[in-house]
Design a protein around this ligand. Structure first.
Ligand code: SF4
Length: 351
């Protein structure tokens, strides 16, 4: 009869972490106490962003707003501008609202349930802050950790359906001490060893106790759900130039890219009628439709934007709800990635 695999040994994972931990700018060094502000800020940035992409933003935020009170006192537009390029802009709005709430309370809450009540803080982020900053005995479970646990226990349901089971199994591994290190060790293992493709099982402290690896099927977990097609939306953006400046406006505060700067655009819709695109132009001008299109993928849909460009002779006219921004100052507008693509497509260089 085949022997049952050994149970995963969390102490082996902590020993591995002591040797192999990633040196990350928001992370306390061994012996140091973690700063809840740095933990929170980094976790919000990392929600939909890679570590490498988040690093320069984290450094810039910390240099400009070294603590939560400073961030709370910042103007919302400044925070949105500093966030530009990181994507998922609702996070920046909630980050700022959260900073204000914490500043009003006078300190970061320490309890997981209190953290959960803050804007933009979900179960994973609350557990990450509680364990890393305050050594609370909880294990934070993100996508990386779900993958590790799904493989360790060969969980046969897709992660989306098995969240509760994966969390319970992750928590069952908790060794009863070094909560923050344990959470970070699981994260590091998922990010560096138990990777989505070609996991390095021979280097893994759980090797021998991992059911998926034992069956030679590590990459088969987490089990994938059937793929749903992303719906497509279409629209148009209008790049209007005059006397060395481009026409810019601010999107409404709520909704997609809320509060961000943009080249005036049509609504983005599945039934957008390209023949009627010019009715959305911000002003009468000799509009020329540029060949090709700008494509961009959001979480829930993919977008195909037709770009129109026109130039008006000076003097620049005043146009309702819009402003003229000198071309050399366009990058200071904090254009989101979609609008940077529009600028490039229209032949505008952004420094
Ligand atoms: S043995 Fe392989 S599949 Fe299992 S947890 Fe370690 S790296 Fe992941």
């Amino acid at each position: 009869m085949p022997r049952a695999p050994a149970k995963p040994d969390p102490r082996a994972l902590l020993r591995w972490y002591d040797r192999r931990r990633r040196d990350l700018p928001w992370r306390a060094r061994p012996g140091e106490t973690a700063d809840p502000y740095a933990v929170w800020l980094s976790e919000i940035m990392l929600q939909q962003t890679t570590v490498e992409a988040a690093k320069p933003y984290f450094a810039a935020f910390l240099a400009r707003w070294p603590n939560v009170a400073a961030l709370a006192a910042a103007a919302p537009e400044e925070v949105m501008k500093a966030w530009a390029g990181l994507g998922y802009y609702a996070r920046a709005r909630k980050l700022h609202a959260c900073a204000r709430e914490i500043a009003a309370r006078g300190a970061f809450p320490r309890e997981e349930q209190e953290l959960l009540a803050l804007p933009g803080v979900g179960p994973y982020t609350a557990a990450a802050i509680a364990s890393i900053a305050y050594d609370a005995p909880v294990v934070a479970v993100d996508g990386n950790v779900e993958r590790v646990v799904a493989r360790l226990f060969a969980v046969t349901r897709p992660a989306r359906e098995a969240k509760r089971e994966l969390r319970a199994k992750a928590q069952s591994l908790f060794p009863g001490r070094r909560a923050g290190d344990f959470t970070q060790a699981l994260m590091d293992l998922g990010a560096t060893v138990c990777t989505p493709r070609a996991p390095r099982c021979a280097d893994c402290p759980f090797h021998g106790a991992c059911q998926a690896a034992r069956n030679g099927a590590a990459e088969a977990f987490p089990v994938k759900p059937p793929k749903a097609e992303k719906p497509e939306r279409r629209g148009a953006a209008f790049v209007l130039l005059s006397d060395g400046a481009a026409l810019i406006r601010t999107r409404p505060p709520r909704g997609l890219l809320g509060g961000m700067a943009e080249f005036p655009s049509s609504p983005f819709r599945a039934d957008f009628d390209a023949r009627q695109a010019r009715v959305h132009a911000p002003a009468a001008a000799p509009w020329r439709e540029l060949p090709g299109a700008v494509e961009h993928v959001f979480t829930h849909f993919s977008l195909r934007l037709t770009i129109f460009r026109a130039t008006l002779p000076p003097p620049r006219p005043g146009i309702e709800n819009c402003r003229w921004t000198e071309l050399g100052r366009l990058s200071a507008e904090g254009l989101p990635t979609l609008m940077r693509k529009v600028a490039t497509h229209a032949g505008l260089g952004l420094e």
